[in-house]
Design a binder for this molecule. Structure first.
Ligand code: FAD
Length: 293
């Protein structure tokens, strides 16, 4: 499956992101999560990759499971921080042999474990990595974009300039970091278009799953908790996990409504390997005829 063909031919494209499960228990449960979400007929699923190769085997096994056992089109990620060209080629060859046709290319962040030494020829930015993959492989390539700016960006302008370089170097679609105010996304798309970036830009949707996760991820990902969301988070009983989950579902449905009404090319759900929220959001959007039944 080439993601760009989907974005060219269907609107909106529904995609769901997973990370490789690590523990025996989560590995056992993962197949059920996929089955529960497959019912909602996503156009593709995608699997993250730990920078420095930390999830190399797990990512491969997860892609294989979704693609071969579940027969669902799958995008594989590579986050190459610290990896040398040979390691990158090994990972990409393994995906190519599985029949993967689309690779989502990210730099990743420096692994925190002690003693990690980046390969001397590693790629310090995603743009160089994209150019390398484009030159050596026939994959369709995607890259990440940050509506609120990347945390390390020298300036919003430079961040967009480097995004443009990723497109010039071979990325054919962009999936955005999540955001809790659609205006961040709309303004971002406008700026991209003005800069001559005309590829599909897919909004990332991250429902609130737990208060702790929302607050800590917001720091790591640079996705601000808006006043509107914060007011809702403060009003809910933090011990009532179901109420928190439902708040997250309602907030995300509202966000998706706005995005779909504005004509976005797709919705990319950060599932965090959980099925309930994404499933209920999609069901509600179908009920409202904002997504085809
Ligand atoms: C949809 C999505 C999926 C993700 N999946 C994963 C995953 O599977 N695994 C994982 O580890 N992480 C993942 N991440 C997180 C990502 O790895 C981090 O956000 C990382 O910090 C940046 O990766 P990037 O590809 O955007 O980097 P880049 O595009 O390289 O940008 C990183 C920073 O460097 C700056 N920059 C870029 N080029 C240059 C240059 N030439 N000179 C100077 N500065 C430059 C940019 O402005 C930015 O601040 C994902 C993020 C998103 C949005």
């Amino acid at each position: 499956m080439r993601a760009t063909r989907l974005y060219e031919n269907k609107k909106p494209v529904i995609s769901m992101e997973f990370f490789p499960p690590r523990t025996e228990k989560t590995i056992q449960a993962f197949g059920t999560v996929i089955d529960q979400l497959a019912v909602h007929q996503p156009d593709y699923m995608s699997v993250t990759f730990g920078a420095g190769g930390s999830t190399r085997d797990g990512s491969y096994q997860t892609v294989k499971q979704i693609l071969e056992e579940k027969n669902i089109p799958t995008v594989a990620y590579i986050a190459a921080f610290g990896l040398g060209p040979e390691d990158i080629c090994k990972v990409l060859d393994s995906y190519k042999n599985l029949g993967v046709e689309t690779i989502f290319v990210i730099r990743g962040d420096e692994p925190k474990e002690e003693g990690f030494t980046p390969h001397p020829d590693h790629f310090p930015n995603a743009s160089g990595l994209l150019a390398f993959i484009k030159k050596n492989y026939d994959f369709t390539l995607g890259c990440a974009g940050y509506p609120e700016g990347h945390l390390e960006a020298q300036s919003p302008e430079k961040d967009l300039k480097f995004l443009k370089l990723k497109i010039d170097n071979g990325a054919e679609y962009i999936v955005s970091q999540y955001f809790y105010d659609n205006d961040f996304f709309f303004r971002y798309v406008e700026k991209c278009r003005k800069l001559g970036i005309h590829v599909p830009i897919v909004p990332g949707v991250m429902p609130v799953y737990t208060l702790g996760m929302t607050r800590s991820l917001s720091q790591v990902c640079g996705s601000s908790i808006t006043d509107a969301l914060n007011a809702k988070l403060q009003a809910v009983d933090p011990k009532d996990s179901e109420a928190v989950l439902n708040l997250g579902i309602d907030f995300a449905v509202d966000q998706c409504r706005g995005l779909l009404k504005a004509g976005v090319c797709g919705l990319h759900f950060y599932t965090m390997n959980r099925s309930k929220s994404t499933g209920e959001i999609i069901s509600q959007l179908k009920k409202e005829s904002l997504l085809p039944a």
